[in-house]
Each structure stands twice: as structure tokens, then as C-alpha cells.
Design a protein around this ligand. Structure first.
Ligand SMILES: Cc1cc2nc3c(=O)[nH]c(=O)nc-3n(C[C@H](O)[C@H](O)[C@H](O)COP(=O)(O)O)c2cc1C
Length: 364
């Protein structure tokens, strides 16, 4: 139990540690899936190619992300850091990213800015993944306050980061017992940030998705990559609702029907991809903006459909964490990449570029 008499900053510090710790524990063991809402990947089938004219063994999974070559179109999404056990998790995630030569994000670095104690739990990532793209991470509430040059440098230098990921998490903050729901000035501060930061800025949701109109505003603010992080995987409202009821008992903040709606709030991942693909078609000047598909990715089939729906790569958090917990992280990634190869074979795609141009049949 947190001692409320301790100084304000160490009280905040303990809350942050408790939060990051419970997030891992609740995502591993809690009921945090959307109820009655899916990612939407099941709406689509690839068209079978009876004449693929390729050898399975020649299929090439490599592609690029932000101009650098990566071995496969998969990223390990931002998760953790900022408390002692997080160093071990981040080390293991980094080892897997380095092994597969795929990009990796760390969890929110707010803790590293406020307190020097746990900086190593972030820095460890670069030690164990010296050659892959690594992304720093910070939340919208910190962006809204405005990041100083010193804070930006601290985050980037700790990781020798290749970019900064900003997460937009209004629904999560709304449900979080200690949530910060002041989302004014985020866009304005993002524009200021992209104008001065020496690396690309990626903006993501955490499970409610990014609409085309939000995407357009982000791109106008100088954002180079959008990670849709749509609905169908983890409901972060549910994660925070579990933390809330542990602290305060039953949630009486909302009426029962509205609570059900809010806990399952969000745009399915495949819908976000479809809509943003249409937006990019309408605006040819957005051609260079890269899209990450995430939110409920759970197989190489989902990765393949993401690419055919316009994503540069797909990213996964919860399934990576679960696999790590079960000691099967490398096996899981290998299996997903093999799923992807199988779909490429049957759709007649020898390369990721060819897969991106394959037709999906919309069964809806
Ligand atoms: C334990 C855990 C902690 C997370 N912490 C962060 C975070 O600090 N910053 C962030 O941008 N996203 C965070 N996320 C969200 C993921 O990066 C991702 O956007 C979201 O979980 C949806 O992807 P998924 O369905 O594959 O889990 C976290 C996810 C997990 C599982």
C-alpha cells in the first residue's frame, strides 16, 4: 500500500512503478479482451493463386522501415521500462529483436525523465539490440505540457533511439484511477516537437485506433509514421478498470450500459487500415507516410493482411509479452514468420512488395 504521507514526487514515483508493474501482470492474466468487437482481419481472404510460380524457399520477408532494411515486417511494440523487473523484460525483448533483426519500442519513458534510478531498465535495450531500430516512447499528456530539449535528448541518448513514439491514450487515461485527461494542446505541441527533434516522430494509439481525420491532423503536424493500434486486441479501458476496481471497488462512474460501450470503445484495426489507405489514395502527397498495423495482431496471417491493407509493417505487444512469459518468444515469432511465408506462397508473392499488391476479398 502506498504511504500517502511521503513526499509528492516519491508518491507519484511509486504510483508509476505500481502502474507499469500491474500493466504487465493484468495484460498477462486479466480479462482484457474486447467484448463483441474484433480486429476485423477475419473480414478478408487473400485470393488463392493456383499458379504461384515461386519456390517456398526463395520467399524473402525483408522490407524497409523509415528507410532502413529490416529482416521481416514485424515490430515488437512499446511496453515497459521504469522499474527494476522491467530491465529483464526489456533485455529479453531486445535479444529477440536483435536475433530476428526487427524493430523494437520501449514503454513510456516518463519515469526516466522524472527519476534517474530506473534509466538502466531502458538503456539495457540498446546493449542487447545494438543493430536494430529502437524507438523511445512518451505519452500525449507529457507532449501536451511540452517537452524540453533536455528531456528529448535524455530519451534519445539513453537508447540511441532511431525515433520517438508518442502514444495517444485518451480512453486509457479516462479509465485510469490517476489518469490525466487534459488533452488540450497535444497537436500544437506535436508540431513544435516535430520541428525540432532530430529523429522521426511516430504517433500511435494503444487500442482504440486512429481515424483518417486524426491521421491527417497528425501528418499536418509533421508526424512521419502512424501506428493505428486499433481495437480488437487489448482494451486498455478494461486494464485500467481492473486497477480502478482494485482500489475503489465497483465502478459507479458510469451507467451500466454506457460502461459496457466505453470498455469496448474503439475502431477495429482493419477498419483503421482500410480508411487510412483510402485517405492516402485521395492525397498522393501522403505517399511517404508509413503505416504500422497493430492492435490484436496474433499471427502471420494478420501480418500478411495488414500489408495488403497498406501497412509497412505490423506490430505486436500483448502476444509478445505472453510468449515471453511462457518462454516461447522466439518460437512464436518464428511461427508467425512461417505463417507469413505460407500466405505469400499461396498468394504467389515472392517478396513483401508483391504481397502488398495482392488483392484481398472483402467477405463482409
Ligand atoms: C504490458 C504493456 C504495457 C504497455 N505500455 C505501453 C507504453 O508504455 N507506451 C505505449 O505506447 N504503449 C504501451 N502499450 C501498448 C502497446 O504498445 C500496443 O499499442 C497495444 O497493447 C495494442 O497492441 P496489442 O494488441 O498487440 O497488445 C503496452 C502494452 C502492454 C501489453
Amino acid at each position: 500500500m502506498i504511504n500517502r504521507k511521503m513526499s509528492e514526487s516519491s508518491y507519484d514515483n511509486n504510483i508509476t512503478i505500481e502502474r507499469k508493474h500491474s500493466h504487465v501482470e493484468i495484460c498477462l492474466h486479466g480479462d482484457v479482451a474486447f467484448n463483441g468487437k474484433t480486429t476485423g482481419f477475419e473480414w478478408f481472404d487473400f485470393q488463392h493463386d493456383a499458379l504461384p510460380e515461386i519456390a517456398f524457399s526463395d520467399i524473402d520477408l525483408s522490407t524497409t522501415f523509415l528507410g532502413s532494411k529490416i529482416a521481416a515486417p514485424l515490430m515488437i511494440s512499446s511496453m515497459t521500462g521504469g522499474y527494476s523487473e522491467a530491465a529483464t523484460l526489456n533485455q529479453q525483448l531486445a535479444e529477440a529483436a536483435e536475433h530476428f533483426r526487427i524493430p523494437l519500442g520501449v514503454g513510456s519513458m516518463r519515469q526516466a525523465l522524472e527519476n534517474t534510478s530506473y534509466r538502466e531498465s531502458f538503456a539495457v535495450v540498446r546493449k542487447y539490440a545494438p543493430s536494430v531500430q529502437i524507438f523511445a516512447n512518451i505519452g500525449a499528456p507529457e507532449i501536451a505540457k511540452g517537452l524540453t530539449d533536455k528531456e528529448i535528448n535524455t530519451m534519445l541518448e539513453l537508447l540511441q533511439a532511431d525515433g520517438l513514439i508518442v502514444h495517444l491514450n485518451a480512453a486509457q487515461e479516462l479509465f485510469q484511477p490517476e489518469g490525466n485527461t487534459d488533452f488540450r494542446h497535444v497537436l500544437h505541441q506535436l508540431s513544435a516537437l516535430t520541428a525540432k527533434i532530430p529523429v522521426p516522430v511516430i504517433v500511435k494509439e494503444v487500442g482504440c485506433g486512429i481515424s483518417p481525420s486524426a491521421a491527417l491532423r497528425l501528418i499536418e503536424a509533421g508526424v512521419k509514421v502512424i501506428d493505428v493500434a486499433g481495437a480488437g486486441g487489448i482494451s486498455w479501458q478494461k486494464v485500467e478498470e481492473i486497477r480502478y476496481t482494485r482500489q475503489f471497488g465497483n465502478d459507479t462512474r458510469f451507467s451500466t450500459p454506457a460502461l459496457e460501450e466505453l470498455l469496448n470503445w474503439g475502431i477495429p484495426t482493419a477498419q483503421c487500415l482500410l480508411d487510412i489507405r483510402a485517405l492516402k489514395k485521395e492525397h498522393p502527397e501522403l505517399k511517404t507516410i508509413e503505416i504500422i498495423a497493430s492492435g490484436g495482431i496474433q499471427s502471420g496471417a494478420d501480418i500478411a493482411k495488414s500489408l495488403a491493407l497498406g501497412a509497412q509493417l505490423a506490430a505486436s505487444a500483448r502476444h509478445m509479452l505472453k510468449a515471453l512469459h511462457q518462454g516461447t518468444l522466439e518460437k512464436t515469432i518464428e511461427t508467425w514468420l512461417n505463417d507469413l511465408r505460407a500466405i505469400m506462397f499461396l498468394s504467389g508473392s515472392a517478396s513483401i512488395e508483391q504481397l502488398r499488391n495482392k488483392r484481398l476479398i472483402n467477405k463482409q
